[in-house]
Design a protein around this ligand. Sequence first.
Ligand SMILES: O=C(O)CCC(=O)C(=O)O
Length: 337
Amino acid sequence: MKLEPTYREVPRLEAGSQASLDHLESEGFVVIAGALSASETATALDLTWDYLESLGTGIDRTDAATWDDDRWPIAVHGGIIPSQGIGHSAAQWFIRSVPAVKRSFAAVWDDDDLLVSFDGMALWRPTTINPEWETNRGGSWLHIDQHPIGRPGFHCVQGLVSLLPSSPATGGNVVVPGSHRLFESIPERYTDRLARIDSSIDHFRFPADDPQLAETPPIMPHLEAGDLLLWDSRTVHCSSPAIEQADDDTAEPEGAARGASLLRAASLVCMMPRSKSNPSVIAKRRAAIERRTSTTNWSDRFIDADQFPQVLAADRTFELPPVPALTAEQEAMVGTL
Ligand SMILES: O=C(O)CCC(=O)C(=O)O
């Protein structure tokens, strides 16, 4: 039987607090309450739509009839847009620069000289308008983002800022609490499966019906708009679409287009100490600004998300956002100052 998440209220803790660090250490994830204020969240959402509308494909935020696949940027598993300049959109640079986001990561590392990922966003269109917009179900892509042999031990904490409140009817991120403690035993437990993954690839997927995960079932943590979810890259996670139908009064009428809104808008963000990176990676990061190349969560290696097989296979071009004019603080997060 495929593993399905249960929707859960979880503690929402203060950015940089000891309680948040303790929760991250014991559960492998933590929700930071209101890392973005209501007005910062509204600005970020607005900038996200600016990005989508600037792709040159004819997307109009007020008209869901223009959100079809022919106009939408390419999404990979779980409705994540990893490329097409999104990592250098004004939305992503705005979110990365909100002080509470950096404060949350600085507390994790006890270091505030941090390099930020040029990550993308998970932007989910309403399935009431087109059921084919439903993203991959949780059980089908539970994974970790760290190779158990290539990168043993603790290396990274990933994050996402939710720009909309979640509910069982929106779906959202899924984590398996405490599963970071499984990590060390993966080479023994999944020997054959792991042997198929090169040790330089920081991605390992669990079987959809994995009996070893059935003992610690996945949860979908509740997030308010502006919350930052952090998780250890060793924690088993993914995302999943709605697990309940929306109430009748909140559901979009079938076929509605004007006035519709996204189900989910989540900004992926990850910061790691500069000391884990090196000058060659930093030179590539600087060039990525000019080229508007997005990356994965890792800032200690340069992994070009424009080269993802799904992006290359789609063979489509979109207008890129303008080269961002970075502040000194943002240049420091690139590594060039
Ligand atoms: O959209 C999500 O919440 C899933 C994110 C994820 O799996 C990842 O960034 O590795």
